[in-house]
Design a protein around this ligand. Sequence first.
Ligand code: BG6
Length: 503
Amino acid sequence: MTEPLPNPLTEGLERLPVHPTALVIFGGTGDLARRKLLPALYNLAADGALPERFHLIGVSRSELPDEEFRTQAAAAVKEFSRREADPKVLDALLAEARYISGSFDDEGMYPRLSEALDGFDAASGQQLNRAFYLSTAPEFFPVIVEALGRHDLTAHDGAEVRVIIEKPFGTTLAEAQELNRTVLSVLDESQVFRIDHYLGKETVQNMLAFRFANGMFEPLWNRNYIRNVQITASEDIGIGSRAGYYDHAGALRDLMQNHMMQLLTLLCMEPPVDFSADEIRNEKVKVLHAIQPPEPDRTIRAQYAPGVVAGREVPGYLGENGVPEDSNTETFAAVRLTVQNWRWAGVPFYLRTGKRLSRKVTEIAVTLRPVPHQAFNQEGSVGVQPNQLIFTVQPNEGVTLKLGAKIPGTRMRVRGVNMEFLYGTTFLSQSPEAYEKLIMDAMRGDATLFTRNDEVEAQWRIMDPVVQRWEAAPGPLPQYEAGTAGPAGIEQLLAGDDKWRAI
Ligand code: BG6
């Protein structure tokens, strides 16, 4: 068989060198590790992107010999990898993987971990960088970080030590501040990588490329031309087996405070001086500082009732396993925000997210102001709609520009048409999973796509008052039928004759 020709369109996709690294996953047998982290590592290995020397250590409570951890990790990769696993690559990735069992608050576990790490250094004849990935229940984040400090694992002569912290980073502003204090009492901010996996998605990063690599949009990117912005993160799935987590979180904390606020800041930020982590994050934080917590009449919440999703009958939220029958946790949240600065004053930003809606779609839709004067005759004007620019994060990642165009024929009639850029067809390659990009960036020490301490607190400052208000308010919550576009009445949030986009 002849070798396939290189794909010229993948030129420029990077393979940056990474210092030899040992990666420790706390919660190495947990759900996130199995579904996302281990498959991401496999795909990085398959792409030749991992450092030449790369070692993996799983840490979890269950007693397992190394061999059993390797077998379980291989099974997880086979089940969840975006590409079929090549046994050679998988074996090489896991051949020397180690497993340390112990609970995260067990002081005796850390010396064993330390010893395993030293063993990898000795075997490779050099000090490896160390990356600790906290993929555990959030109550263990401070426990682990403090233990790393006590056991001298937060620095390593001649090499870097980095700590990657999963979400949720606190469930209130006060908790986030407390966690930041603990983390920064043992680590420097430059060592900390707070994950928001939306930042690893290609289309999310593409918003930056789109805005700052093209001259044509920037002049329009302000209150003079933009009428409103709608950010939608709708999901058709329910809460699955996550009642224990979700019932204490709810839609606002689970997706809006973090992922959706990130989308908003990337869309609104001023052009950074350069693309370094701090320049970008400085600009994002400024946007967050310009947003006030929404007043009660600018927020809506609801819960899903039984319904039909993808042709299947599904229970309502209160009927899900593990959900208390009087739960007031919202599975749908919508808010209207304003960004009070020179660029955005007066432009409404509508955010909505929900579980068990009619389909999965994550998009940012920017609607421009209508043309000032309709010059067509009355009939011809019917199809003239304001331009829209839509970033589709998923599915079908891409960017769509909605324009008005003449319908062929003898009459002058206008209709909306789409100009589309789709990742899949343009780059002829599957986008990597967000976790591949983020694990790689953390190992390289690039914090651009991670949330800084002041940023995560600024996000909470906006959403915390809503969380508190909702928790104090009596139920029951308004319901929406599963499989629909959400609760009735969400039009109330809209200004003037703005309309929600169809889900
Ligand atoms: C997670 C939430 O952060 O994001 C989940 O906890 C949600 O509830 C998920 O389903 C959505 O992520 P994605 O990448 O599927 O859009």
